[in-house]
Design a protein around this ligand. Structure first.
Ligand code: E4P
Length: 244
């Protein structure tokens, strides 16, 4: 399962990239609005940081298919390769998806609350469909179950479209979909961090460090603990690259 960052704050994106194996960044108009900055300035900054090899998802705003396509053409000219045009899964959106797909754009069908939206988006040529897991939960339905049903439905209908699950509130929702093998998930930085936040793990690591320091001295590690003179270094030690 690919894992993407659902945010436009460059500092948060950099912090997640430094530690976690992520595959790109997704945004939506509300996420961009939170930055209070020009959307192209923000998206270009993200693109420059993540590079052309990573996925960047950005959404069109218009209500008509023709205008959505025009927006997408401009966005692609500015935001480079590996851009996924997010198109709302509404009737005008399906029409736009068909045209964008025909023109060779990567398309992410977004605002997916139901399997039938996903089905029509997939038939319209979308590369990804993005079910909003937590928002579906908030409607009293089951976002994980809906997403699994979409995955099964796409497979049974021979549709190549993958799932980019979105709108997460907790780790459990992501884990359930990871276990089910959905193609991708996008989550806010704090949700990604919470995937592995665990006080038991932290205290186990601290105990290891304390035991080692008890053995070799405070602040010591395998790099700078004493080396008995009888020990011969076998190989040259590879240099450690500087942190970015
Ligand atoms: C992604 O495509 C969506 O824009 C996003 O995940 C929605 O998340 P939210 O429900 O937390 O706003």
């Amino acid at each position: 399962m690919k894992l993407l960052i659902d945010d436009a704050n460059i500092e948060k994106i950099k912090a997640i990239y430094r530690l976690y194996p992520v595959d790109g960044v997704t945004t939506n108009p509300s996420i961009l609005a939170k930055t209070g900055r020009n959307p192209y300035a923000v998206l270009c900054e993200i693109r420059e940081f993540i590079g052309d090899g990573a996925q960047l998802h950005a959404q069109v705003i218009s209500r008509t298919a023709g205008q959505m396509v025009e927006e997408a053409r401009k966005m692609a000219g500015i935001l480079g390769q590996n851009l996924f045009i997010k198109v709302p899964s509404v009737p005008e959106g399906f029409r736009a998806m068909r045209e964008l797909s025909r023109e060779g754009f990567n398309v992410t069908a977004t605002v997916v609350y139901t399997p039938m939206q996903a089905f029509l988006a997939a038939k319209s040529g979308a590369d990804y469909v993005a079910p909003y897991v937590n928002r579906i939960d908030n409607l009293g339905a089951d976002g994980v179950r809906t997403t699994k049903a979409i995955q099964d439905m796409l497979a049974k209908n021979g549709l190549k479209t993958e799932i980019l699950a979105a709108s997460f509130k907790n780790s459990q929702q992501i884990q359930a979909l990871c276990e089910y093998g959905v193609g991708a998930a996008t989550a806010a930085p704090d949700i990604i961090e919470n995937l592995v936040k665990n006080a038991s793990v932290d205290s186990a690591v601290e105990a290891f460090i304390a035991d080692f320091e008890g053995l070799c001295g405070r602040g010591r590690n395998m790099l700078d603990c004493d080396l008995p003179s009888s020990i011969v270094i076998r190989d040259s030690i590879p240099s450690i690259p500087d942190e970015q």
